[in-house]
Structures are given as structure tokens and as C-alpha cells.
Design a protein. Structure first.
Length: 277
């Protein structure tokens, strides 16, 4: 069942939620608790939730005494290996209050480009959801290279939403909605709804680099939202502080209307048997 507007998110069968590095690392690591609280409430209502979480490298920076995001690939990979472990521990510790388990799913771009790997990834996530587990997805930065990457986790979230046949995608940010131009500039106005097919050419989203710990920003969220919307998945972009309201279907953030003519998505049909590779 595709969600056609914000209000439908509360009753959605399957939702993907994406949170970025800046929202859950450093001084903001406490947000993990409020995010988990909201995900657990949605789970209790019967919604299957998949979390796409950035933050592995950012989480490792203070632990490895690094001043900022490393520029060389080897240090990025090492930081990801350390930070992913700590990040999952933080999620699991908070989920235990609700008797829930987290299941780690690390993907590379190649996993979603290879038919067998793609089917196996979808099967794994489907089974985790069937077992009542919260899948937590991230790019496998420890083995990914500059040449073979998703580019950012907003795009990864859109691809995961398509992969599993999600009814809606929620992209969490540091601001309550997208704006017609950078919100610090005069004349910037919040964007309430983006109709399907809008090319957004009249808007100025600014830089794609938001801070020293993560990559992304309004432009990448708009691009990922359009990607998911083209597959028939409605997308809400809003603040990580409003995740509970987002999952409750409140009238917040920026809504990207889904393609109304999209046929039933692949995630709603049975998977063929694929041997392990």
C-alpha cells in the first residue's frame, strides 16, 4: 500500500527512516534515544520499520582522537570499522528498553547492482522484519572505495526503500523542512509539498556538504526524494527532532508526492530462491 500523503504514514505497512551523521554523533548522540522511542512506537502500531543510519565514521572520531572526518580512504575505512560497532551498541542498548533487537545490514553499491546480491539483501531484510527485528542499514564503508559508493546515505535510503517495497521514506535532517533557498538567506520559504514531476529548478538548495563529519544536505535529500518518488514511494523530509510526529503522520516537513502511475513494486512480490554466493 503506497502512502499518498503525510497522514498515511501512521498506518503504513513498511517505512524506511534515514538519519544522518550530524543528527546522532558528537553532542547529538543523545538523539538516538528519541529516534528509537519513535521507531518503537511505530513498531508497536504494527508498522515494519527499517532504519538507514549514517554515523559510523563520525562516531569513531573522538574515540580515535581524530579532529575531523579523515580525507584518506584507509583512515575512513578504519574509523568506519570502529564507529559502526559503537553505533550499533548504542542502538541496541536503547532498543532493549522495548524488548527489541537490532539487525545490522551493511551494503555496498555493488550489492544492489548485482541481481543475486540484491535478491539476497532483500530476503535478509524481509526475514529480519518477519522476526520482529529492526534492520539498521549503513553503507559498508570498511570495504567501499571512492569509485564504488552510493555517494550518500540519502540515496542509499531511497534505493533500500525501493528494494523492500516500502510504503514511505522519511529522510531526517537538522532542519524542519526543505526551503526554497538556504534558510539563512532572506526570502527563504519552507517547501510544504513537491508534486510528482516537479523538477525543482526554481529552488536553490546550496552546498551538499553540511559539516565536517558527514556528507549530504538539502540537495542530496531532494535528489534522493525524487528517486524514491519516481518508484511510487512518498517521501517526507523533516528534522530528526520531529521523528515521532513524522511517523505519526503529522502535517510537518516537506512531502514529495509519489508517482501515481507506478506499477506494484518488486518488494511486494515473492522472491525467487537464490543460492548463497
Amino acid at each position: 500500500m503506497s502512502v499518498h500523503d503525510r497522514s498515511g504514514i501512521a498506518g503504513a505497512r513498511r517505512v524506511v527512516v534515514k538519519v544522518g551523521s550530524s543528527s546522532i554523533s558528537g553532542d547529538n548522540h543523545h538523539r538516538i534515544e528519541s529516534i528509537v522511542d519513535a521507531l518503537a512506537a511505530a513498531h508497536a502500531r504494527g508498522t515494519q520499520v527499517v532504519l538507514v543510519s549514517s554515523g559510523a565514521i563520525a562516531t569513531a572520531l573522538p574515540l580515535l582522537n581524530l579532529d575531523g572526518r579523515p580525507s584518506d580512504l584507509a583512515t575512513q575505512q578504519a574509523a568506519a570499522a570502529v564507529g559502526q560497532n559503537v553505533l550499533m551498541w548504542r542502538y541496541q542498548t536503547t532498543l532493549e528498553r522495548y524488548g527489541l533487537l537490532a539487525g545490522q545490514v551493511l551494503l555496498t553499491a555493488g550489492d544492489l547492482e548485482n541481481a543475486a546480491h540484491r535478491a539476497n539483501a532483500r530476503r535478509a531484510v524481509d526475514r529480519l522484519l518477519g522476526l520482529g527485528v529492526l534492520p539498521i542499514v549503513n553503507e559498508n564503508d570498511t570495504v567501499a572505495t571512492h569509485e564504488i559508493r552510493f555517494g550518500d546515505n540519502d540515496r542509499l535510503a531511497a534505493l533500500v526503500a525501493e528494494l523492500i517495497g516500502a510504503d514511505a521514506l522519511i529522510l531526517l535532517s537538522d532542519i524542519a523542512s526543505l526551503y526554497t533557498r538556504p534558510p539563512s538567506e532572506p526570502g527563504a520559504e519552507a517547501i510544504h509539498t513537491v508534486p510528482y514531476g516537479d523538477d525543482l529548478s526554481r529552488f536553490e538548495f546550496g552546498s551538499v556538504v553540511v559539516n565536517s563529519v558527514g556528507t549530504g544536505g538539502a540537495a542530496t535529500k531532494a535528489s534522493a526524494a525524487r528517486l524514491a518518488a519516481a518508484s511510487g514511494i512518498g517521501v517526507l523530509v523533516t528534522s530528526a527532532d520531529l521523528v515521532e510526529q513524522a511517523l505519526s503522520g503529522d502535517d510537518i516537513g516537506t512531502w514529495f508526492a509519489p508517482n501515481p502511475e507506478t506499477p506494484p513494486r518488486v518488494g511486494t512480490t515473492p522472491l525467487p530462491t537464490v543460492s548463497s554466493v
